[in-house]
Structures are given as structure tokens and as C-alpha cells.
Design a protein. Structure first.
Lengths: 470, 440
């Protein structure tokens, strides 16, 4: 419970109608898209501007009230679940596109702008903002920046981090800082812009962002390749890149995924194949044409059993169906869906997928793997039932082994979903004690009272590393 | 007001009756949020979103929150448009959850005396009885024709009604006479070479207030080569009951309809109202706890087809010449036709086949117009927000004709046109009326 004193002070800042502590309002901000995480905040506040945010943070800092900035709550790491109560901060009033600068190729936005709305505004000017997390229809740009969201175009275009060039942020003491700017080059001091991107709301509150834009590619072409052999598919990925072609999209589906997709969508895919690659290239028409032909040759040399190249946008849509339906298909298998994002160097994709299959077998689970093969970013997705505690224990053990294996292959525990509360216990596996200590030093410098999204990134206890017995 | 005792009863029933699997199926991904009109129009309030509502229902089941005023308010404000369902990766049947929740609240809540009287009259006394529907609509016809209407308008009595009700009075169609409404056919032969024997679900409002549209529907079916049977024993589909927390009433109507259409030896049962059709295809769910009726409901459901679907299936638009004077037309989806019956392309195919007209898709044609059964009367403020948004999109197409596929949507679009002061430039029509107009 917030003390009456704190409550009154907060109401004075944002006015009555932007403060809500009714039970129902608190309930609906007690979760995000992460399974098995729920915790009620004490109040929900919607600041109207940066000054409001600054005043709110001063109060929270003074009274040590936890504060959780939240976009649309679509993250998969329990990054916005108020696990320690406190205040959930909403940005529904701070949702304006402030400027599209066609001379400097930048857009300046408030954090509450819906990602897709922003992309539409950008595309109207013939410009391009590549990061496309699958929740972009409703995710906010503030959420994307805080989680450093990825998407399907990471291989060629990078992720959110690569497009954020300037920020306005409020620190826990109420200070308002500005980092970076509309600048291609800027080495004035530490790169605080990059520090804030992906900081999951643990350092301060981002209240404005300037993003870099690029010209819209002229055309795009889509193809699909099927393989009888997982390693051959993985080799194709490496060879395409070794041929100095960087496709926009290089997506992968394993056999388990393919089977459930076919059951669900009935699109006529053969379910006896071991792997599917969905490949897209964009750019000037002649380059796209040449690249796609070259990619097709590589796939053929690697014994792809079928290669389809879309001639029209309708055909392209059809080829994308399998990948697009993957999550739905797996989600319908069981009540609880756990979507992970273990990531390895792209050369290790085949080894990682094989390991996932073995782990799935060992723990007798249903795990389908699909994802961004070009980035080495896989989504092993488990269909399970949170009510079955015995199975949930096996799920947890299986994912622990998957993380362990990813790290062993030179990878990481999370490629694009973030650490949040969900993966905090595993962070030390990746960073070691020293890495955690360095990060904690930064955290304390910005947020000495630990009011900013407490319980995220840094865990109270680290998980014991699993011993792999294979 | 819901008393604490009522809240306890509601909570208990939630535990007993809500489908826990369905509640758990929601993985809270939030993909439903951008499709939810009340989420958007409430300024992105999670408590007015499908994900929020499901979380609340689950929390009531789990005993984390009580079914208080805020909870009820959130469920009331839901349009029930079910736009959240097609985008849901887990395939959560939100409509079923909503119906069950509303039924529990309604059954355990003591309405005030006037509300109870109105509900009893409407749900038990009026809609299930086609003769009374006729008399009621007949009364409206008398009002329209006798001069009382002119008098009411002139004396300013209508000014006493809330704004949108007064406007709605203006847009109601000219209703047929009692005699016309009583003299309905029971069998019609195919006009072209016979390809199907079908039954026609005539509906309660459709066969009275919108009788002309029903006539046009049957005409098109005949031209499409369908022999039509129209069983007299059929009754109201029960959608209004189901959506308003009167499940038992809906079940009785469902059984009557299933029995009425059972032994007709038809290939399909045709509807021309998305709202009715969507409820008819859900009969197997409505009667799921009754093994015998469930089977019969399933057989019934499999035959339901919207008029647009059958016309496209028999290539009506290729066989019959369709032509109209040059005009721009646009189409407003019926939410239930699109989201529940999954009919979206057939109406567009038919409209695209009319020579002389230019079909222009409006932005967000799949977003609810705010009609939603009786929503535009009981939640008129939110409904008008939806309608105003819809009219902005409709006007942007420069269409002079807005085509719909459900009586509620039709009235709402007419209301929108009237509110915008465009009644001399724009019209709203049911798709079958436009097609009938276009038949050469």
C-alpha cells in the first residue's frame, strides 16, 4: 500500500484522473506477456509530460517506492511485471510523433507511440525503420528501446539499438538528461544512449527518443527452401553469407514446428522434411534478382529438396504463411506457451537445434523450434500446462540445459526478449560474477535506492548451473 | 449496484461455470489489443481490452479480485464484436467467455423493477413470438403512416428523447403493413436451373421491419438456382438473449429452430444477417451440456451459410448480369459475419462484379461501427464515438453508397449518415438490396 502522504503527492503531480489504485486497474497491470508471472502494483499513473515524470521520480526516490515503466506489456521476460509492487507508469499521454526530419533522416518520438503507427508515418515519407518485433502492431517504441527489441530483419539491418541515436531520460533523482542527437558521429563522453537501450527500465525513464531512418528499399523478393537434412539447411545459411550475400530475412522452422503448422493451417507443406528456410532479400530490383538466384543455387548445391521463389506478392504471402503461423500453431497445442530466445553464433545453428531436440527428448516435452537462423536467434517454444507442476519442473530443467548449451556454443541466454525477472537467475551464467558486479556498479550509480524496476536483470539468487550429463 | 451478497454468489458461479482451460489459453501476448475498439477509444485502457477482461475473469475465478462495479463496467462496455478472436494465436474463444460471464452476472444480480420489466417484455414477451414482433413493428408502421410521426416531429416531443434515439427514429425503414407481414411464403421454386434446395432463416426483425430485404434475398436465391423452403415454425435466433446474459432463453429458441429446420432435406440454411448467422453457428456450443441436442445442433450448424457465400459458391455473379448507374460504393463488414462466420471476401467479390460501380475499400472496414445489437442504445456514448470514427473512414472513400450485411449495422450506418447531415448525398443499403437493384 502507498501511504496516504505519497498518494496525495502523486495526485497533486498528475491530477486525480491520471492516478488509479482501484483493484481492477491494479489487476490489469499485474502481468505482461510472460507466463506464470503476476504481481499487483499499488497504483497506476499516467504522466502527461517529462516534468510529471521527473516529479514522480523525485517522490518515488524520496519514499523508496518501486516504479515500473510499461508500454503495452507484450514483453516475454517479465520485464514489466511489478514483482515488487509500487507504481506502474503508463505513457498513453506521451504518445506523439514530434518530428520527422527528412534532411537528417531522423524521427523524434515520445515513448508511448505504437511502433507500427510510427512505421506507417515513416513509410509515408518513403523512409524505412527496419526493426519489426512481432508485437509491433501494439508494442510501444519506449518498450522496444527498453528491451532492445529485434525482429525478422536483424541479420541485414540490426536491431532497435542500431537506430536509437538520441534520448531524453529522467533519472531516479529527477534530473532530466539528453544523450546523443541527430548525429552520425558523436564521441562526447560515455555513450549513454546505448547504455539506456535495453536497460529494461532499471536506470531511468526514457521520455523522448530520436531514431535513425534509412531510405526505403525499392523491392523485396521471397523464397522458401525445404531440406531433408538439418545440417544441410544450416550449411546453406552459412554458405549464403560466405557468398557475400546478406539477406534481409533468413528464417528457420524445424520439423516439429512444421508438423504442427501443417496440422493447424493445412498449407500443403510436406511434414517429412527436417527443416525449412524462409529467405527474403530487398534492395534495387537487379540486385535482388541476382541475389535470389545465387541463394537458390547455394540451396540446390546443399541438397534442398524443394525451392520455391515467389513471383507475386500473393505468392510471397503464401510462402510466409508457415513462418507466420508458427507461434499460433504451437500455442494451440496446450494452454501454456513458453517462448524462449536462446541465441548462438550462426555457424552453430545446427548444433544448437540438435541439442534442443535431444533435451526435448530427455525431458519428454513438446518443444518446437523456429526463429531467425541468420542471426543464430532461435525460438524453442514449449507447449505445456502451468497447472501440471511436475511437467513445469521438467520444462524449467530443459530450458536451463538449453541456456547452458547456448553459452557453451559461444551464445547467450537471450537474443532479443531481455532478461527481466524471468532470466535474471541465469544472467550470471553468461556474464560471470565479475560481469554482474560491473553492471551492478552502473545500476547503483544511477539508481542508489533501487527504485527503478527492481527485481529485473539482477536476481537475488543465481541459479545453480546444471551439469550436462550427455 | 451489485451488493456484496450478489458479488459472492457471482464469484462462486465463476468458479463453477467459467471454462478454466479457455481462460488459461490466453497467453497474454497482447496481439488482440490493437483490434479492440474499446481499448483504443478508452485511451488504451487495459481494463477495456480483451486481454484485460480475460485476466479479470480469471482473477475472479482465482479469488484475487471480487466482481465489483469496475469489473461489471468493463464487461458491459465490451461490444462483443469478437475482432480479438481471429488475431489470437491461441485461438481463445473470447465470445464464449464473455457470454458465460454476462450470463452469470445477470442471473445473480437483482435488476431494478423497471429494468426487470423491460427485460422480461423484450426477452420473453416479444422476440420469441413472431406474431407479437409483427404487431410491434406494425405499430411502428401505423406511427409512420398515420400522421402521428409528423405530429411528434413537429411538436418537439422527439426532443425529449436522447439525441441519437431521436435520430434513430428518423432512419428506421418504412415498415410494411401488418397484412404484408402476415402473408409470407413457405416455399419458392428456383427460377434458374435448380442447383440446390435450401432453407431460409428469415429472422424476427428481418422478416418484419426489413421484410423487403428478405424478399430481395429470396429473389436472389431463386435466380441463383435455389429452391427455397421457409419453415413457419422457426423463431428468433436468440442472439439478443445470448449477448445479454439470458442464456436459458437463447437455448429454448435454439431448440425450436433446430427442430424447425431438421427434416427439410436441404443442402444449406441461408441467413442474411451476420448477427443471427454467427449465433446460429454457435448453437452447438450453446447446447454443449445437452448430449442429444448438441449432436442435433452440430448438424444444424454445418448447414448455415451466409447469402453472400452461397451466391459466390454457385457463381451467381458470373451467371447473372449485374449493373448499376455509376457510383462509388464501400463496404462495412458485419463483425459477426467476418469474425465468427469468417465471411469477408464473398461480399466484396459480389460487389466487385457489379458493372458501373467503383468499389472502394474504406480504412478499417473490419472495425465495429458501434451498433452491436442494442449497444448503441445502452452504451450510446461509446457507440457514437465508434460511429463518428467510422463515418470519417466512410467519407474518405467518397462513396455515395455504404453497403452492409446485417440489420443492426445498416441502421447504425444510416444513423451515421443522418448525424453527418449527408442524407441527401449518401445512403446505406443491405448488400442483397443492392444486388437486387443491380439485377438486369
Amino acid at each position: 500500500m502507498l501511504s496516504n502522504e505519497v498518494k496525495q503527492k502523486l495526485i497533486t503531480i498528475v491530477t486525480e484522473k491520471n492516478f488509479d489504485d482501484s483493484k481492477i486497474e491494479r489487476l490489469v497491470y499485474s502481468y505482461d506477456a510472460t507466463p506464470n508471472f503476476q504481481s499487483m502494483p499499488n497504483a497506476v499513473i499516467s504522466p502527461r509530460n517529462t516534468e510529471d515524470v521527473s516529479e514522480i521520480l523525485k517522490i518515488c526516490n524520496q519514499y523508496e517506492v518501486p516504479i515500473v515503466p510499461r508500454g503495452s506489456g507484450t514483453n516475454l521476460c517479465a520485464g514489466t511485471c511489478p514483482t515488487e509492487g509500487g507504481i506502474v507508469l503508463l505513457f498513453k499521454h506521451m504518445n506523439k510523433i514530434l518530428e520527422i526530419d527528412e534532411e537528417n533522416l531522423t524521427i523524434t518520438v515520445q515513448p508511448g507511440v505504437i511502433t507500427l503507427d510510427m512505421i506507417h508515418a515513416i513509410e509515408e515519407k518513403g523512409l524505412f525503420y527496419p526493426p519489426d518485433p512481432s508485437s509491433m502492431k501494439i508494442s510501444t517504441i519506449g518498450g522496444n528501446i527498453n528491451e532492445n527489441s529485434g525482429g525478422l530483419r536483424g541479420l541485414k539491418y540490426g536491431v532497435t539499438r542500431d537506430y536509437v541515436i538520441g534520448l531524453e531520460a529522467v533519472l531516479p533523482n529527477g534530473d532530466i538528461i539528453r544523450t546523443g542527437g541527430k548525429l552520425a558521429k558523436d564521441v562526447a563522453g560515455y555513450d549513454l544512449t546505448r547504455l539506456f537501450v535495453g536497460s529494461e527500465g532499471t536506470l531511468g525513464v526514457i521520455t523522448e527518443a530520436t531514431l535513425k531512418l534509412i531510405p526505403m528499399p525499392e523491392t523485396r523478393k521471397t523464397m522458401l527452401a525445404l531440406y531433408q537434412d538439418l545440417s544441410a539447411a544450416a550449411r546453406s545459411v552459412s554458405k549464403i553469407i560466405a557468398n557475400k550475400i546478406i539477406p534481409t530475412t533468413l528464417e528457420f522452422l524445424d520439423q516439429a514446428t512444421l508438423k504442427v503448422v501443417e496440422d493447424y493451417a493445412q498449407i500443403g507443406l510436406p511434414t517429412d522434411v527436417q527443416a525449412v528456410l524462409l529467405i527474403e532479400q530487398d534492395g534495387p530490383p537487379e540486385v535482388v534478382e541476382r541475389d535470389i538466384q545465387k541463394i537458390a543455387e547455394v540451396c540446390k548445391l546443399e541438397n534442398a529438396v524443394s525451392i520455391q521463389i515467389a513471383a507475386t506478392e500473393e505468392e510471397a504471402m503464401a510462402l510466409r504463411t508457415a513462418r507466420r503461423a508458427a507461434l499460433s500453431a504451437v500455442a494451440r497445442l496446450a494452454p501454456t506457451t513458453i517462448l524462449e530466445d536462446a541465441t548462438v553464433p550462426r555457424s552453430e545453428i545446427a548444433n544448437m537445434v540438435k541439442a534442443i531436440n535431444e533435451i526435448t527428448e530427455k525431458y519428454q516435452l513438446t518443444i518446437c523450434t523456429f526463429g531467425h537462423a541468420g542471426d543464430g536467434n532461435l525460438h524453442p517454444t514449449c507447449a505445456t500446462d502451468a497447472r501440471n507442476h511436475e511437467e513445469m519442473e521438467r520444462v524449467e530443467k530443459a530450458f536451463a540445459e538449453i541456456f547452458e548449451k547456448a553459452i557453451e556454443l559461444g551464445g547467450t541466454i537471450t537474443g532479443e526478449h531481455g532478461v527481466g525477472a524471468m532470466k535474471a537467475p541465469y544472467l550470471e551464467w553468461k556474464l560471470k560474477k565479475e560481469g554482474i558486479a560491473a553492471m551492478l556498479g552502473i545500476k547503483h550509480a544511477f539508481d542508489p535506492n533501487n527504485i527503478m524496476n527492481p527485481g529485473k536483470v539482477f536476481a537475488k539468487d543465481s541459479k545453480k548451473r546444471v551439469v550436462i550429463t550427455r | 449496484m451489485t451488493t456484496l451478497v450478489e458479488q459472492e454468489k457471482i464469484q462462486q458461479q465463476f468458479k463453477e461455470r467459467m471454462n478454466e482451460d479457455e481462460l488459461l489459453n490466453c497467453m497474454r501476448c497482447g496481439f488482440c489489443l490493437p483490434t479492440c475498439p474499446t481499448y483504443i477509444e478508452s485511451g488504451y485502457k487495459e481494463s477495456h481490452s480483451p486481454r484485460g477482461r480475460i485476466a479479470m475473469m480469471k482473477a475472479v475465478v482465482d479469488g484475487i479480485v471480487e466482481p465489483d462495479e469496475d469489473f461489471e463496467r468493463s464487461l458491459e462496455l465490451c461490444l462483443g464484436c469478437r475482432a480479438c478472436e481471429p488475431v489470437c494465436p491461441s485461438g481463445v474463444n473470447y465470445g464464449h467467455l464473455l457470454e458465460e460471464a454476462r450470463d452469470i452476472i445477470n442471473q445473480n444480480k437483482k435488476h431494478s423493477l423497471p429494468v426487470r420489466a423491460v427485460r422480461k417484455t423484450v426477452f420473453e414477451g416479444l422476440f420469441p413470438h413472431q406474431n407479437r414482433m409483427r404487431n410491434m413493428v406494425g405499430l411502428l408502421g401505423f406511427y409512420q403512416r398515420s400522421g402521428i410521426r409528423t405530429l411528434a416531429r413537429k411538436t418537439g416531443y422527439l426532443g425529449l428523447l436522447p439525441d441519437n434515439l431521436a435520430t434513430m427514429e428518423k432512419v428506421l425503414p418504412k415498415v410494411p403493413t401488418l397484412k404484408e407481414m402476415k402473408n409470407r411464403p413457405e416455399h419458392l421454386p428456383a427460377i434458374a436451373e435448380k442447383v440446390h434446395r435450401v432453407a431460409f432463416f428469415s429472422g424476427c426483425l428481418m422478416d418484419t421491419m426489413f421484410m423487403k430485404t428478405n424478399d430481395a434475398t429470396m429473389k436472389l436465391l431463386q435466380l441463383a438456382g435455389c429452391e427455397i423452403v421457409i419453415p413457419k415454425q422457426q423463431t428468433c435466433c436468440g442472439a439478443l438473449h445470448g449477448h445479454s446474459g439470458e442464456k436459458n432463453g437463447a437455448k429454448e429458441l435454439a431448440k425450436k429452430n433446430i427442430a424447425a429446420f431438421e427434416d427439410l432435406g436441404v443442402d444449406f440454411i441461408i441467413t442474411n444477417a451476420g448477427g443471427c448467422g454467427a449465433f446460429l453457428v454457435d448453437y452447438d456450443h450453446l447446447l454443449k451440456d445437452d448430449p442429444v441436442w448438441k449432436e442435433r445442433a452440430l448438424a444444424f450448424k454445418l448447414k448455415i451459410k451466409d447469402i453472400s457465400e452461397i451466391l459466390v459458391a454457385v457463381s451467381f455473379h458470373k451467371k447473372v448480369k449485374l449493373e448499376l448507374p455509376a457510383q462509388v460504393i464501400t463496404y462495412q463488414d458485419s463483425c459477426h459475419l467476418r469474425n465468427v462466420m469468417k465471411t469477408a471476401s464473398a461480399p466484396r467479390t459480389l460487389l466487385g462484379a457489379i458493372k458501373g460501380v467503383q468499389f472502394k475499400e474504406m480504412k478499417e472496414a473490419d472495425r465495429c461501427c458501434g451498433s452491436a445489437g442494442i449497444y448503441n442504445i445502452v452504451e450510446s456514448e461509446m457507440s457514437m464515438v465508434m460511429l463518428d470514427y467510422k463515418m470519417v473512414q466512410a467519407k474518405a472513400t467518397h462513396a455515395t453508397t455504404i453497403v452492409t450485411a446485417n440489420p443492426g449495422c445498416l441502421l447504425q450506418m444510416q444513423l451515421g449518415i443522418e448525424r453527418e447531415g449527408l442524407s441527401d448525398k449518401m445512403r446505406a443499403v443491405h448488400i442483397v438490396d443492392l444486388l437486387a437493384e443491380a439485377v438486369k
